[in-house]
Design a protein. Sequence first.
Length: 361
Amino acid sequence: MKGTDNLASSINIPKFQEDLISWFEKEQRVLPWRENQDPYRVWVSEIMLQQTKVDTVIPYYLRFMEKFPTLEALAYAEEQDVLKAWEGLGYYSRARNLQTAVREVVEVYDAKVPDNPSEIGSLKGIGPYTQGAILSIAYNKPEPAVDGNVMRVLSRILLIREDIAKPKTRKLFEQAVRELISESNPSYFNQGMMELGALICTPRKPSCLLCPVQEHCVAFEKGVQEELPVKVKKIKKTTHSYFALILEDNAGNILIEKRPDEGLLAQLWQFPMIDKKKVDQQHLQTFIENKFETKIESMEVKEPVKHIFSHLVWQLDVIYVKLKQSIKVEENTTLVTKEGISTFPLPVSHQKIHKQIPDTE
DNA sequence: AAAGCGTGGCA
DNA sequence: TTGCCAAGCTT
């Protein structure tokens, strides 16, 4: 045991806990996942909230809970229905991992969410943060739940200048939380830290004059709160250009294809895309006729669509193609009516393409 | 350790 | 417009 009680040695810990928790009791937002401490409801909210704003999550959470009200309802649901409910929320592996994990809880833990670190932490999609969040919020266990908010808040209060982009740094903040956390109310302590980060101790222009723990904050005392946390820059994102094809056969059906099981937008459906590096617009008609073994009646250029991801960009030239004949349906592709497309989970860029399909005459 | 994985809001 | 940011996890 080394470095016991050195990170937070400048803090009056009981006073800090009291200031934080009483502020949270008074100022916390009313949110659907705060109605009770049902571990399943807490769990779903924590997964949805990963890298995602509260305002974005709320409508998804309400719909999701209506559709999958219990852990078992989610476990027995069709995966495509789960992805459809997640459509537009992003990071789709969260949805697949969540369902994998609840199925394991049904089979291995008799449908009860584990209440200890090793078992809950071994579940798919539950990492160090989510593990601590569920244990503290649903089970009131004094475990650290260190997310971006907590690292920002504590980097200021304790004047920690470690680079929060480095994986190793999270452990340092977990140690700090272990020193600071309230044993009597770890749930409100952790939620209070995150709520403080969301409402007061914001990334830019923090509202220090309203802060319930201002008197404990070293960065405020020194006037350097806006310099923290330290975070290194990330690289520029590369652009990939494609033709996105709305292929309509002679019967009015549209071809869509399922993306691979892993990787970007895994298992979502999309309109066929052709890398522009492989063919220019002059040869596009012949290319399509060869690739899909069909004949083209007419082609029309629609509005281009740009799709910005966290690490890359898609530039999509949308081409509406009417065929003289039918299309060959292969593995992982299907023909659907214009209305039927909306039942498949589509990435945001392809929802926009879907809207560009002309109405039936 | 570093890279891959979505999306929307905001300065 | 561009880059940054948001209740991170997996490989």
